[in-house]
Design a protein around this ligand. Sequence first.
Ligand code: GCV
Length: 650
Amino acid sequence: MIALGAARASAASRPSAADASHTPFATAQREAAAFQGGHVELRLDRRAKSLGQEGFVIRALDGGYRVEAAGEPGLLYGVYALERHRASGTLPKEGEKIEETPFYSLRMLDHWDNLDGTIERGYAGRSLWRWDELPDSVSPRYGEYARRNAMAGINGAVLNNVNASPKILDSSYLSKVAAIADALRPYAVRVYLSVNFASPILLGGLPTADPADREVAKWWKRKCDEIYRLIPDFGGFLVKANSEGQPGPCDFGRTHAEGANMLARALSRHGGKVIWRAFVYSPSDADRAKQAYLEFQPLDGRFDSNVIVQVKNGPIDFQPREPFSPLFGAMPATPQAVEFQITQEYLGHSNHLAFLAPMWEEFFSHVDPSSLTGAAGVSNVGDCANMTSHPLAAANWYAFGRLAWDPRLTSRRIVEEWLPMNIAGYADMPRSVRDGLEEMMLQSREAVVDYMMPLGLHHIFAFGHHYGPEPWCEVEGARADWLPKYYHRADSAGLGFDRSARGSDAVGQYPEPYRSLYGDMSRCPENLLLWFHHVPWNHRMRSGSTLWDELCRAYQRGCDRVERMQRQWAAAKPYVDPELFTDVEGRLMIQARDAQWWKDACLLYFGQFSGMPLPDDVAPPVHTLEEMMRVKLPISNFECPTREMLNSVR
Ligand code: GCV
């Protein structure tokens, strides 16, 4: 199994696709032989159709285990499941069996990797894909990466950024993509590509990319034929169209459905899919939270059957807490997938510990998992030694895969699986220390919500890089809905965005009972209150305190929670690898200081509007507002600030 800080394999040459040692079956055999919990027999029974290609049965027999599956991927997933059960001490007993099939057939990691090696919103180094060395040299890390995907249950990888360079479809790049596909195939991970809708113009030299133009459709067909000649199991295209400056069918007076269907027809004879993103917010007067619904809901039923509309979990953009997007459930005649963000663009990059399974579990508690056909996660993987930079952020990669495999899993169960498999020494820890680590993981996302944006506040980040607070931010020429004031609307009357029927009526896009619940200030869940309402500072919360006091206490609670996380990690010191310990300890220190930064910046800033003092049980600020407003981090949108940088600017 992967242990944190494990040694790397040596360089490998490129396998041939037909090579029998590079199949999921061969991988399953190798993994079974290495299993340390007893003898494992593999049985491939193609007649066991109810298991599909990916399901498996594990039987405990004659002092060992038999993994049965109808497809090679199923055998592989079965062996990894055995390992999971071994690590958490839940292996089946003699005569017992475990049977699983994945809930979703599409379980996909979306890389926002650029062809120049940078990663948009990536905080774990540069891209894993070494485009300049491919296809002749294939890094052994591709296999390591694919294995970790397969262990989590992920079966697809979109290799490149949705802000896509047309070059990815150039023949020279397609041979590189084919080499990566060969390296991922032994782990049953299929390759997908993000495509630029204007590729027929930018790459093909055509005068238009209008989806209704026959030459354009032919160009895409020929391109798909070329791709499938190189990669017979190619998964399909992911498309960001008419969003944040990307080209799309609307540029030619066509709808998203017309654009998606044209691509879908080019892919359909090869069995490929189009995954069409619904992350759109064209400039209009409508509340940004309403725009994706306004544009996509009327297109329900107009997409071909091999198109999946991929919707971000919340209506704005991967905030620490959002309500679910109202598009879910509003397009019953259209296959939909949810898009989560594993990389922590808005949750402290790779400096902060934020175990995201509770966020995704919360999503699935509101959106019926069976209304979706797939799940995608924006990857947090890069080429740094442990691939995720924050060692514990690997738990988010794993958690995404596990929830895509089975969205009914609880966060606790996932953490109970991940910790023993990934923290060497975990088994030797006293129960109290293990409980502490579990709690540290499980509480960490809520801690981030508390010290960044409690009670439904959202998007009050520093401009551009989104690290740290800037609720006062003004940028000349920037779209209003890129700026915090658009979202928090602080004034002397109160705080929050009125999305009730009296305000933007975003609540009107929700089905009952959510419409009434969210729309009524007195019944709205308090953790979403300021998302849906402009609330008077002296509004009485359920606790009996005013909004202002409750807000102050939430920020304080966030800081306290991080301190508690520091203590919980400190208790594990005697049992864990010293290098791992120091790495996480250092990041928790940054997180603790950042929490204080958020608390001071937000309370000092909002306090100007409330005019109310901090309650006695909230510690006074350690910074002034002027100091906080002077902080400017010299980082691009794709970097995580270092401790030295943070120390020098605050
Ligand atoms: C890939 C947000 C991010 C962008 C990202 C975009 C998207 O706006 O800040 O970096 O672009 O979402 O999901 O397309």
